[in-house]
Design a protein around this ligand. Structure first.
Ligand code: NAD
Ligand code: UFG
Length: 341
């Protein structure tokens, strides 16, 4: 059996990726310091699948811990999801983002080099793009991240690409996610933000359960049909399947040594904040209080993926629509109003 290391595998996206890997016949080792997650997600993944993920608690900045892990496990490929991801926090504490994301990734890639692990898939983000002129955005859209979080993502992309270009037998892939939302259909695993939820779906979910009073719609004066900003929301299970296909691809003879293709994972269909709010009300079957608030600093009008390359290269296409994203996110939130706690 082929063994995959998932760094950050206890987190929101990681837990769904681990589930899909196990369901696809891969063995999985999760390496996570639990700074933004809990072991409960891994225990629940084990219950939802036939396979059992192995769990190693540790930090990607800890070279000795990584050496021990690579010695103990015969890893074929790494899916690197571990990192910090809050845009606002990255502006307030850039040093932490460069340390965990950039230094942590470099430490991980060096450990892969030392132990002859030559395949890496990196969790990047649409946030590496600047304000784009062409919509939907293909992977060739000029990059231009505007916050430290996005800058770290772009730096890690460049580091992985450079290492892959010279390492004998290395093949890697960069996945740029658009807006991952939803949850596994069981309602057993999902997003569990610690503290204040910055993102739209987790915030609406907490208004729906009564933990928050009202959804603030940040700006209704954007140049869009209903005045609210548009994003390409993607169901986390579609995203997870994209990772399995990325690994399948890297292990096949279709992949080319020393190359690191960049692939967008999005649906190609944008939804406005008002459309998302309406879809949530339909999924819940009751009204969710909302009010118009000023624009949020740093927001762009529209972000939408051109996902043609994912289809052509990986045979991947998003299956799930906005209604299913809301329905599954709501099932998770309703059953676990306090997350895993
Ligand atoms: P998450 O916080 O739920 O998962 C990240 C995991 O990494 C957590 O389990 C956390 O404990 C772990 N981690 C953090 N620092 C670590 C360290 N130093 N060593 C080991 N483990 C560490 O976030 P997520 O939404 O699942 O995101 C996963 C990845 O996808 C991240 O790299 C994120 O930047 C990227 N991404 C997320 C989004 C999104 O909107 N959720 C969008 C684009 C890209
Ligand atoms: N929004 C509201 N009210 C809220 C929260 C969000 O109106 O309470 C609006 C935002 O203004 C934006 C849209 O909902 O127009 C989506 O906002 P999110 O915060 O959910 O997502 P972003 O597009 O701002 O960013 C997210 C992640 C980034 C990632 C990006 C693309 O936070 O890290 O998706 O993948 F890079």
């Amino acid at each position: 059996m082929v063994k995959i290391l998932a760094t950050g595998g206890a987190g929101f996206i990681g837990s769904h990726v681990v589930l899909e890997l196990l369901n696809s016949g891969y063995e999985v080792v999760v390496f996570d310091n639990l700074s933004n997650s809990s072991r409960a997600s891994i225990e629940r993944v084990a219950r939802l699948t036939n396979g059992t993920p192995e769990f190693v608690e540790g930090d990607i900045r800890d070279a000795a811990a990584l050496d021990a892990l690579f010695k103990a496990h015969d890893i074929t490929a790494v899916i690197h999801l571990a990192g910090l991801k809050a845009v606002g926090e990255s502006v307030a504490h850039p040093e932490q983002y460069y340390d965990v994301n950039v230094a942590g990734s470099t430490t991980l890639f060096n450990a892969m080099l030392r132990h002859g692990v030559k395949h890496g898939v990196f969790s990047s983000s649409a946030t590496v793009y600047g304000e784009a002129e062409v919509m939907p955005m293909p992977e060739t859209t000029p990059t231009g991240p505007v916050n430290p979080y996005g800058k770290t993502k772009l730096m890690i992309e460049q580091i992985l690409t450079d290492i892959t270009s010279i390492g004998p037998g290395w093949r890697s892939m960069i996945l740029r996610y658009f807006n991952p939302v939803g949850a596994h259909k069981s309602g057993q695993i999902g997003e569990d933000p610690l503290g204040f939820p910055d993102n739209l779906f987790p915030f609406i979910a907490q208004v729906a359960t009564g933990r928050r009073a009202v959804l603030n719609i940040f700006g209704d004066d954007y140049p869009t049909p209903d005045g609210t900003a548009i994003r390409d929301y993607i169901h986390v299970m579609d995203l997870a399947r994209g990772h399995v296909l990325a690994i399948d691809y890297l292990l096949s003879d279709k992949a080319v040594d020393n190359e690191t293709p960049v692939v967008n994972l999005g649906t190609g269909k944008g939804s406005s904040v008002k459309e998302v709010h309406a879809a949530w009300e339909a999924a819940c079957g009751f009204d969710i209080p909302a009010q118009i608030a000023p624009r949020r600093a740093g927001d762009v009008t529209i972000y939408c993926a051109d996902a043609a390359k994912a289809k052509e290269m990986l045979g991947w296409e998003a299956e799930f629509d906005l209604a299913k994203m809301c329905e599954d996110h709501w099932r998770w939130q309703k059953g676990n109003p306090e997350g895993y706690r």
